[in-house]
Write a protein that binds this ligand. Structure first.
Ligand code: FES
Ligand SMILES: [Fe+2]
Length: 428
């Protein structure tokens, strides 16, 4: 449970707010490169941290991210012409380059024009790891790009999808690190009921997850603070003297990694505030050792796991709030918990059902919420410290992101972070 003041502090990210200032200390994913594929292609609207911006790729291939509204009389530059290294407003012809400098003001005689001194809001961008990132904070605090493993593998070892979600970023993160929900929200009915035939099936399956995950529904949580955020150890009983551990990573300000099992792809998210009521969900699957396998591509295509199909123009998922996520009550009666297809849509449905900003003054948290409590506490601490003038350590230390999630069996007397030390190092 949080006080109303704490809930507001964590969930409000517009310019000038405390959490807004905090997010503006990090590089944030903003666009897939395919949204601005070629020089002088059409500009695209970008809403981020409550700001309406416009992205365009100029003649030299540089990506600009500027105020959507013209500095002259606030017409939308969405209608503008992207031409010769700048975006020209079609109302009176003022033209802005990727740095936000007004480079042409054709309706003013030269002696009255502001020359090259007039600027509009512009944020630096970088192309990195299959995405375009932006930094919206003070230039003197420009951070390092996070050395995330998925950003450094070859393009054919990675798949990234983007979707629009109608919730504040924080309840999306909370879903991402909430390890106990998958036994319910994402379970088939056989798994939920632990039927004999199900137990027989998983016994013979090769993965740890299938074998142990669903057999212990009340796991124990341990959270440890790290340089990059927190690592969340979730312990389930395995046979004899061992525990099955699943380690989820939460990396500041809003990256998460689902427990990785060696040999399979790793999956992670970055949850970026669009405004206080909506967020962008970036979902990344990567294989650190090899190109994504045909089986991994099939999972992506079939939308069974973390990726969901979206409208390519708006990034709104095909299964969305307006169509009740294509909920099938018959499927819910006979096949799975939700009657909704795919983990991503199940997560989105349940997170959006809580309202755009969940009222955290009315929660009743249990031990299974340990990770959520720790992540909130850490974010609150970081936001408050920045307010007192202390810059976030992670923002200026890109190397600390060089980690993986993990899952493994450990002897019962071994500390999980010690036992998983080698496995949680990224390798690429
Ligand atoms: S409003 Fe853009 S040039 Fe006048
Ligand atoms: Fe989930």
């Amino acid at each position: 449970m949080l006080s109303r003041e704490e809930n507001d502090l964590l969930t409000r990210t517009d310019a000038g707010t405390a959490a807004g200032k905090y997010f503006r200390r990090f590089w944030l994913p903003v666009l897939l490169p395919t949204e601005v594929p070629t020089p002088d292609c059409p500009p695209v609207r970008v809403r981020l941290l409550g700001e309406d911006l416009l992205a365009f790729r100029d003649t030299k291939g540089r990506v600009g991210l500027i105020d959507e509204f013209c500095a002259h009389r606030r017409a939308s530059l969405f209608w503008g012409r992207n031409e010769e290294c700048g975006l020209r407003c079609v109302y009176h012809g003022w033209k802005f380059d990727v740095n936000g400098t007004c480079v042409d003001m054709p309706n003013e005689p030269p002696e009255y024009g502001f020359g090259n001194k007039l600027r509009t809001t512009a944020y630096p961008t970088r192309e990195y790891g299959g995405l375009i990132w932006a930094y919206m904070g003070p230039p003197e605090h420009e951070p390092e790009l996070p050395k995330l493993e998925w950003a450094r593998v070859a393009d054919n070892q990675r798949y990234i999808s983007k979707r629009f979600q109608e919730t504040n970023y924080l309840q999306a993160i909370e879903g991402g690190i909430d390890s106990s929900h998958s036994n319910f929200l994402h379970a088939s009915l056989d798994a939920f009921r632990v039927t004999d035939s199900y137990v027989e099936k998983v016994k013979n399956s090769g993965t740890l997850r299938a074998k142990y995950h669903l057999l212990d529904k009340a796991p124990r949580f341990t959270v440890k603070k790290t340089d990059y955020g927190v690592v969340i150890g979730v312990r389930r009983n395995a046979e004899e003297d061992r525990y099955y551990w699943r380690l989820t990573q939460f990396l500041l300000p809003s990256h998460t990694m689902i427990p990785y099992e060696k040999g399979l792809a790793i999956h992670g998210h970055c949850w970026v505030p669009r405004d206080d009521q909506t967020c962008w969900v970036w979902t990344i699957s990567w294989n650190p050792e090899a190109p994504l396998s045909e089986e991994e591509w099939k999972t992506i295509r079939d939308e069974t796991f973390v990726h969901a199909q979206v409208d390519p123009a708006t990034f709104r998922p095909v299964r969305n709030k307006a169509n009740q996520y294509l909920l099938d009550r018959e499927k819910q009666r006979t096949a799975n918990m939700t009657g909704i297809h795919g983990f991503a849509s199940q997560d989105q449905a349940i997170q959006e059902s809580m309202g755009p900003v969940v009222d955290r003054t009315r929660e009743r948290l249990g031990t299974s919420d340990t990770a959520i409590i720790a992540a909130r506490r850490l974010l609150l601490q970081e936001i408050r410290e920045l307010g007192e003038g202390r810059e976030p350590y992670t923002a200026s230390h890109g190397d600390v992101y060089w980690v993986r999630s993990a899952s493994l069996l450990l002897k019962r007397d071994v500390e999980f972070d010690e036992g998983a030390r080698e496995l949680t190092k990224a390798e690429v």
